[in-house]
Design a protein around this ligand. Structure first.
Ligand code: ZN
Length: 611
């Protein structure tokens, strides 16, 4: 039996969290907060803090956090429903427990069922329709026969603008909610995919949530008359049931083998994933049209400790090293890279030489070793000058790793390889560390900020969240989700955006399993409120910093696309120039215009990358 969302909110609102916690902890009023000795860890000085207005608590010692329901669950070891029942009793509220889910839930069911019908339709088209013959032949040429097509429920979207809309009629709401179609300029409903092989995308529990479509090779050349190039892959955009940065293609099928082997293989495309399954390694997943990001790692760590990147060598080398090391540490995982022969992708190798593919996975090397070997492979080790140059590059790569123990072992390795004394290399690594990570994009100077606020500005995402909590109206007038590069911070901001209070926001995050973002909000809410002498100056400074870091990270993505040949050089160079220009103007009289333009640019990127 489910509890109605409204009733849970009612129970929460009716509970005085200070009185509730006060039954177990001696709370004292300090400023606008209540503090006391933490009931969750032993301590002598009070680091446990309660925010009565928001109804949340946070411990600065052990980081325990939550609301009234969490507190009851944790201290009395109850599950969610029983904790709500207990609090309801306490507040004299009668719960109407029934299976009648809220309207959002109903919509979700409707979207999921439409998605399932669409995928079934596409699948039958691929299996039976005469017009799908080229698709079947193409798949067969890649070693994908009928059985495999059935296993992955592959489909075919006919070469027609509304074949799906006719076969599976949808309301406007379902159309948007599934991303399966759109309303065209004539006001008619049109299919999202046309003349493409359909790869249905499932969530981890096996519910179809989105579709990816691959164009046939011969169609790619002459698909459009207007000279525009059709993308090879098209993924449905984000919807109420589909979040790209949380989704891994094929995890639903791969998870058993992943858990059994404690290893997860990450590749770039849907056909690569299928190739791994066919080569006897049914533990491969792929991202869905986005770079591998923190949310993916957070998901993967629940299933396996070892993550093997099976990318094309150049792609793997370009993964953001600093983030990978940070996630390795944070999520206690090991990231390794499979050394695939240059220029081959897993799908080709699986077809040509499956044994070599298995070998590449088994011999995958740690991420740092992989990056080092790329430097050394490219170097001329025959001359002293060549070896010295290689040493400089290697030192830069090694210095990116956060662990001194790891760094030192690699220093000894390269000293050996390069016939240098490790005592000469060590101070250089230390120097490189002090200089900080090499930035690929030149950074405009930091703005002039009062010292007290400078620390906050070094973490502009956190500062912006605190601002949103304390000065909601002011902050929401300036900030947008696209400004937040860090996914946890972005989740937290999005939750604040759609919920009126911090506790509602935190609850929504917890319901979605995003405990980290919820905890961040609870922590910020229990800190003393900001006291600003000039609110508008501070919010301008924070916004400018956020825009800067979001733009820089987007520029890095662009440069990556440029190197991998995904985007045309001319367009990208123009964009990069424009963006740098505006970044500089953020410090000038034209700051407001520059900020607006950068915001529009960042928001347009989101839409492009999702199509
Ligand atoms: Zn504590």
């Amino acid at each position: 039996m489910a509890l109605a969302e409204g009733e849970i909110a009612q129970v929460r609102a009716a509970t005085d969290i200070v009185a509730l916690i006060g039954e177990q902890v001696a709370l004292k009023k300090t400023g606008r907060r209540w503090t006391g000795l933490c009931p969750f860890h032993g301590e002598q000085t009070a680091s446990f803090s309660v925010n009565a207005e928001e109804g949340v608590y946070y411990c600065f010692g052990c980081r325990a956090s939550g609301d009234a329901i969490t507190f009851v669950r944790e201290t009395q070891h109850l599950d969610f429903m029983d904790a709500v029942r207990l609090l309801a009793d306490r507040a004299n509220i009668t719960l109407h427990e029934d299976a009648n889910a809220g309207p959002a839930m109903k919509d979700r069911h409707e979207f999921l069922s439409a998605m399932e019908r669409a995928i079934e339709y596409y699948h039958q088209q691929l299996l039976d329709s005469p017009s799908a013959r080229p698709a079947r032949e193409y798949l067969k040429s890649r070693g994908i026969n009928g059985d495999v097509a059935r296993q992955f429920h592959l489909g075919w979207s006919p070469d027609d603008w509304d074949a799906l809309m006719k076969a599976v009629p949808m309301s406007d709401k379902v159309l948007t909610g599934t991303g399966l179609g759109f309303t065209n300029s004539r006001g008619r409903k049109q299919d999202f995919l046309r003349a493409r092989i359909v790869f249905p995308i499932y969530d981890v529990s096996g519910r179809a949530i989105a579709v990816g479509g691959r164009i046939l090779p011969e169609a790619a050349a002459n698909f459009r008359g207007d000279g525009r190039v059709e993308p090879k892959y098209k993924n449905s955009s984000e919807t109420a049931i589909y979040s790209k940065r949380r989704t891994l293609y094929a995890l639903n099928w791969a998870k058993d083998n992943i858990v059994k082997t404690d290893e997860i293989i990450v590749c770039e495309g849907y056909t690569d994933v299928i190739a791994f399954f066919m080569a006897g390694m049914p533990r491969a997943v792929a991202t869905c049209g986005t770079a591998l990001g923190e949310d993916h790692f957070r998901t993967m760590k629940n299933f396996a400790k070892r993550i093997v990147l099976a990318y094309d060598a150049d792609q793997a080398g370009q993964s953001a090293a600093a983030s990978v090391y940070q996630w390795e540490k944070q999520y206690e995982i090991d990231v390794a890279v499979a050394k695939l022969p240059k220029g081959t992708d897993p799908a080709e190798l699986a077809q040509r030489d499956p044994e070599a593919l298995r070998e590449a996975i088994a011999q995958a090397v740690p991420f740092l070793e992989f990056r080092l070997s790329r430097v050394l492979d490219a170097a001329n080790l025959a001359t002293p000058e060549g070896r010295a140059r290689a040493a400089e590059l290697a030192v830069a790569v090694i210095s990116e790793h956060p662990s001194d123990l790891v760094r030192d072992q690699y220093v000894m390795n390269i000293a050996d390889t390069l016939k240098l004394d490790s005592a000469v290399l060590r101070p250089r690594v230390t120097d490189a560390l002090r200089r900080g990570p090499r930035s690929e994009v030149s950074s405009p100077e930091t703005p002039r900020v009062p010292p007290a606020q400078r620390e906050a500005l070094s973490r502009p995402g956190v500062a912006a969240l605190k601002l949103t909590i304390d000065y909601r109206t002011l902050a929401l007038a300036r900030l947008v989700p696209e400004y937040f590069v860090d996914t946890v911070q972005r989740d937290a901001f999005e939750a604040l955006l759609v919920n009126e209070s911090v506790s509602q926001a935190a609850n929504e995050l917890l319901t979605r399993g995003d405990a980290e973002a919820a905890e961040l909000l609870q922590q910020l809410a229990t800190q003393e409120p900001l006291e600003l002498s000039s609110e508008s100056q501070y919010i301008s400074d924070v916004t400018a910093q956020l825009v800067r870091s979001a733009s820089r990270s987007a520029l890095l993505d662009l440069e990556r696309n440029l190197r991998s040949g995904e985007s045309s050089a001319e367009n990208v160079m123009t964009t990069i120039r424009d963006v740098r220009d505006r970044l500089e103007k953020l410090d000038s009289d034209e700051a407001e215009i520059a900020e607006n333009e950068l915001r529009e640019w960042l928001q347009s990127l989101e839409t492009v990358s999702e199509s």
